[in-house]
Design a protein around this ligand. Structure first.
Ligand code: AVJ
Length: 333
């Protein structure tokens, strides 16, 4: 019997994808025209990039996913009870991906017979299709409304449902990709669409041995390098770029003073790259870098401050056994 997909809305896309391409071309042109070249990390996640990120989550060095899996598994009952305390709620999952971790909570909520619906939001349309159909099969009692789009589209969704009860999930240390100022603005916006009784569960990677952090973003098998370099392949595929990808290498550094992991693509030679959709040619000097990603690592004090600056107060902090990762449950203050 053919699978019927759960209702799915695509807020961000024109039918022909031309709007996406134009925005991508503009962001790439802007980033590569800077004095210090940069590309936004949200463009990592095309089909190939999402598959590479799946592989990253299985790497021995990439502890983040396993740690959070442990936190959610060990605390699922308490978390689900907190969520469902005031009756019906929308469970909004920002950057849901394959939702392997969220499924721990979904199963528990279903077991407790909580009344809720599930709203995963992700920029990968492929991922949202797969998730909708896998949930249909695995948890047919859960009502799913997937949203394909960027975070600002998630904010629009929150705004449209302002009066209804909501629990927002922001797992996986996705917050870490923001600059501190951006994270304040983003959480502040989320907060403005919540009200008393609503909650935010946010996953944060905590400060730890810098070697452990560095290895997680520079694995021995080279999967993270491939993930980073896929951004150039994607520009070639979607924007008619002529990057010779083998002439770039992945480089990652961790600054323990700031608690920021930074990733780069470094040009090994002096070269020029033409990108048709931008109508431009970009010059690289030998060993010139493109900054592609930040991943912030937090102290608990910082997380509390971040929350309180945005109108949230900590209800409970759930740690993994190593205390290297935390899922922080906030209520609105
Ligand atoms: C999905 C943003 C949490 O920053 O750890 C993994 C992405 N980049 N390896 C992270 C990522 C390189 C990841 N987040």
């Amino acid at each position: 019997m053919p699978l019927t997909l759960a209702p799915m809305i695509e807020l961000s896309r024109k039918q022909d994808g031309s709007q996406d391409t134009a925005a991508f071309a503009r962001d790439v042109a802007d980033g590569l025209s800077q004095q210090q070249k940069t590309l936004p990390s949200r463009y990592f996640y095309d089909g190939a990039g999402s598959r590479l990120f799946q592989q990253i989550m299985d790497l021995p060095e990439y502890y983040l996913t396993r740690s959070e899996f442990e936190v959610l598994t060990n605390n699922r009952q308490t978390m689900a009870e907190h969520f469902a305390r005031e009756g019906f709620f929308h469970l909004i999952d920002l950057g849901a991906g394959d939702a392997l971790k969220t499924k721990i909570l979904l199963r528990e909520l279903a077991r407790q017979q909580s009344v809720f619906d599930y709203v995963p939001v992700d920029i990968s349309g492929d991922a949202m299709l797969e998730l909708s159909s896998s949930l249909q099969e695995e948890l047919p009692e859960v009502k799913v409304e997937a949203v394909v789009g960027e975070y600002f589209q998630a904010l629009e969704w929150l705004q449209e449902h302002k009066a209804e009860r909501k629990v927002v999930l922001f797992l996986g240390s996705n917050i870490g990709n923001f600059e501190y100022q951006e994270s304040l603005e983003f959480l502040g916006s989320v907060r403005s669409y919540l009200q008393a009784g609503d909650r935010l569960l946010m996953g944060v990677d905590l400060r730890k041995n810098p070697d452990v952090i560095l290895n997680a973003y520079d694995d021995a098998a080279g999967v993270t390098a491939a993930f980073n370099l896929n951004l150039l392949h994607r520009i070639n595929r979607e924007l008619g770029g002529d990057f010779k990808v083998e002439q770039f290498c992945h480089h990652a550094i961790y600054n323990p003073l700031e608690g920021v992991m930074r990733s780069f693509l470094v040009s090994k030679v002096e070269q020029q790259v033409q990108i048709r959709e931008t109508g431009k040619t970009f010059s690289f000097e030998a060993w010139e870098a493109i900054h592609t990603e930040n991943s912030h690592k937090y102290t608990l004090r910082q997380v509390e401050e971040l929350g309180s600056a945005c109108g949230f107060k900590v209800e409970t902090v759930f740690y993994d056994s190593q205390r290297g990762f935390a899922d922080v449950l906030f209520t609105v203050s």
